[in-house]
Design a protein around this ligand. Structure first.
Ligand SMILES: *[C@@H]1O[C@H](CO)[C@@H](O)[C@H](O)[C@H]1NC(C)=O
Length: 326
């Protein structure tokens, strides 16, 4: 072997070791011809219609039609209690296909995994077989959806949370594909940072299952506050959307320009379970069931939260200049 070949060989090996992360998979989703985009956000839902899941689904259908939505985002915990057992688990039909039947909801669904999904067969939820059963379904661990002026970054948050490893109780988690854990997390953060830095989108929205900031039962997720939040702040992310706490919530922290939005009211709600309420930061907290909508154009973003009757509980909007100097 010549010296040159040897040097190239060693350099390649070293690079593989150092840059073992890859770019996040990215999908295009065209906005409407008028340059707008609308979608619904739902979390913590799959209970075969129980705990008002069907009522929430019905109202999503009406609001989805009013807003002429482009797609639906799920913040995870898609199937209770323990995810899907396999690709032939009937819960997929009874908790998803048979529930969200309104014509307006026959759109693409972008899903992430929650901790309850990790208690089942994760590979099943990620399988294209489910997309063959119901072509709305798409679930992946971490990925990007680009709509030209809005870019979405979906993040697999469950592997970040220490207690699922240190105190799993009687739950068995399906950690296939996430080992070694440290490497999985550091690659994911690196890939996310790169994808955010490369983004030219006017609006950047990050979606994960676990909370960053929350006044609900679970509260803040320390691991995400420490590891994920600094990356979001360094890259001008506008919204962080999550589930996990079974409530609807909007926090606008004075320490951060990011809006923290919880949409975890897809079925069972945790009434009365509030740990703190700081009036300055807490724009809205609702401990019943419901969902959220987002409507975006280049210069304006609107969000709204709805209860099981379709009543608007909270509205918020923000503006950006068409030609920003930032
Ligand atoms: C369904 O929603 C209604 C209205 O918010 C509430 O009163 C009721 O307790 C909910 N049912 C369940 C099973 O959560």
């Amino acid at each position: 072997m010549s010296l040159l070949v040897l040097v190239v060989f060693i350099a390649t090996i070293t690079q593989c070791l150092v840059y073992s992360s890859a770019e996040l998979q990215s999908f295009e989703h065209a906005p409407k011809p008028d340059g707008s985009l609308s979608f619904l956000v739902i979390g913590d839902w799959g209970r075969r219609g129980g705990y008002n899941q069907s009522q929430v689904a019905l109202q999503m259908g009406y609001i989805g039609e009013q807003l002429d939505i482009d797609f639906v985002i799920s913040t995870g915990d898609n199937f209770y209690d323990n995810g899907l057992k396999g690709i032939d688990d009937a819960s997929f039909h009874h908790s998803f296909t048979k529930i969200y039947t309104a014509p307006s909801l026959q759109k693409q669904w972008y899903n992430v995994l929650g901790n309850h999904d990790y208690r089942g067969n994760v590979e099943a939820q990620l399988s294209p077989v489910l997309t063959n059963l119901d072509n709305r379904w798409f679930c992946s661990r971490s990925y990007v959806v680009n709509t030209e002026f809005v870019e979405f970054f979906f993040v697999d948050t469950t592997p970040f949370v220490d207690k699922y490893f240190t105190e799993p109780e009687d739950h068995v988690y399906d950690w296939r594909g996430t080992w070694p854990r440290k490497q999985y997390i550091s690659n994911l953060l690196k890939d996310l940072d790169l994808a955010l830095k490369q983004s030219n989108a006017k609006w950047k929205i990050v979606v994960g299952h676990h909370t960053i900031r929350s006044a609900g039962h679970h509260g803040d997720t320390e691991e995400l506050v420490n590891q994920l939040l600094p990356i979001l702040e360094a890259n001008d992310v506008d919204l962080f959307m999550n589930g996990h706490d079974h409530c609807l919530q909007h926090i606008s922290s004075f320490n951060s320009p990011i809006q923290f939005l919880t949409s975890g009211g897809g079925s069972k709600a945790w009434g009365g379970d509030v740990s703190w309420l700081n009036q300055e930061e807490m724009k809205f907290y609702y401990d019943g069931q419901g969902f959220m909508s987002v409507h975006v154009i280049q210069t304006e973003l609107n969000i709204a939260f709805y209860d099981v009757f379709g009543n608007v509980l909270h509205k918020w909007n923000t503006f950006k200049q068409l030609h920003s100097t930032l």
